[in-house]
Ligand binder design. Structure first.
Ligand SMILES: Cc1ncc(COP(=O)(O)O)c(C=O)c1O
Length: 393
């Protein structure tokens, strides 16, 4: 049997160990990126589903348009305009099956073998996988605690031929938790606009902000129509429904719409209608506030525990939102080795940070998840990891 060439880069061993660890019920896992299931609005979804089926009957179970339920597109446009100052209209919104599908489609729409994608250092592992499938070569742009360093971005845009995409995750980035400053967002939009290169602003975590309002999106500063804004219901409602959205200029949106039609025809009619009905009957913003309260508390427990149990050379910055904390270990400590001992001898898992870099090296980092673990288990997990680190450092 002959498989496609595009699979050749694919090495599942990297995440394979992690997935294996996650499937062992004895392992205390700080590795995943899952929302807290006890916060899913199960009863409310039951009520909303009854309304959908009473009101829409068989239509709720039928195929629907590739662009998405017009009521959901309207709802997304309104929320994005109000929350992020992204002045979107319903016709500028395309519903996708998770943001992950939008990343896959971006590969189809923009990339050829050898096309360059500029990304943060580190970046979201799932974007690396999605774009590599379409032949992407990644170049990391220097990044600090305010986001991408704009001078380095501009230098790379100037020097490198065939940059097709710039991919960023500016609100509580996965994996670092970094939240870009407003100045960087603005400068980034200006630079990618001037170079006429497509940029993806991937934002599944922005609403999980522990204090204060959301800052303006990069898209809100996009005067040239090059920024593609991605958002998702996965972390604020339900990842299992696989409902997300993108907002982009009409010529970009229509290409993604064609790709979506070819790939899956349409998103789940029922799940889109459930979200619309939930939003009519209940208060989504109040639900998000409840999630933020729980995650903020878990984040504090995690950070306090790291400070109590990790060797003092380990550096962690408390994130202001999202699901993850990022720990920098002294150079020379290899987090993949730490992972093996942690899983095998102490039954605790995390994600070794090297997996999130497009370029090799960078093995002295750990990504810790706090959303999916109750407070007492978080403390216990960090205590165990502290013991492993004290042994290995
Ligand atoms: C940065 C980032 N983008 C996209 C996704 C995919 O999310 P979705 O569930 O909407 O496909 C994730 C999932 O964890 C993520 O962390």
């Amino acid at each position: 049997m002959k498989f496609a060439k595009r699979l050749e880069w694919c090495d599942s061993s990297d995440v394979g160990d992690i997935l294996k660890a996650l499937s062992d019920p004895e392992i205390l896992s700080l590795a995943g990126g899952l929302p807290a299931p006890e916060l899913f609005p199960v009863e409310e979804v039951k009520t909303a589903t009854a309304l959908v089926l009473d009101r829409e009957g068989d239509k709720a179970l039928q195929y629907s348009s590739a662009q998405g339920d017009p009521r959901l597109r309207e709802m997304v446009a309104r929320r994005m305009t109000d929350k992020y100052g992204t002045p979107a209209k319903a016709e500028e919104v395309l519903i996708t099956n998770g943001s992950q599908q939008a990343l896959d489609m971006a590969g189809k729409v923009f990339l050829e073998e050898g096309s360059v994608v500029l990304c943060e250092s580190p970046t979201y592992l799932g974007a690396l996988g999605a774009f590599r499938t379409y032949g992407a070569e990644f170049v990391e742009v220097e990044t600090d605690s305010d986001g991408m360093i704009i001078e380095d971005l501009e230098r790379k845009l100037k020097e490198i031929d065939d940059v097709r995409l710039v991919y960023v995750n500016p609100d509580f980035q996965n994996p670092t938790g970094i939240d870009w400053s407003v100045e960087r967002r603005k400068a980034f939009a200006e630079v990618v606009g001037r170079y006429g290169v497509a940029a993806i602003e991937d934002n599944p975590y922005g609403e999980l902000r522990f204090e204060g309002p959301c800052p303006p999106s990069i898209k809100s500063f996009d005067r040239d129509g090059v920024v593609i804004s991605l958002g998702s219901f996965s972390k604020i409602f339900s990842p299992g429904m696989r409902v997300a959205w993108m907002i982009a200029a009409p010529e970009i949106l229509s290409k993604f719409g064609d790709m979506k039609q070819n790939a899956i025809l349409c998103s789940s009619t029922l799940h889109q209608a459930q979200i619309v009905a939930y939003n009519e009957m209940f208060d989504l913003d109040a639900h998000v506030e409840r999630i933020c309260k729980v995650y903020k508390k878990r984040m504090s427990v995690l950070i306090d525990s790291v400070r109590e149990f990790f060797p003092k050379e380990a550096v962690v910055v408390p994130p202001a939102g999202g699901l993850f904390a990022w720990v920098e270990l002294p150079e020379g400590v290899n987090a993949r080795d730490v992972f093996k001992v942690a899983v095998e001898e102490h039954k605790v898992a995390f994600v070794p940070g090297g997996a999130f870099f497009a370029e090799p090296g960078h093995e002295n980092y750990m990504r810790l998840n706090f959303s999916n673990v109750p407070e007492d288990r978080l403390k216990e997990g960090i205590r165990r990891l502290g013991a492993v680190l004290s042994q290995s450092m």
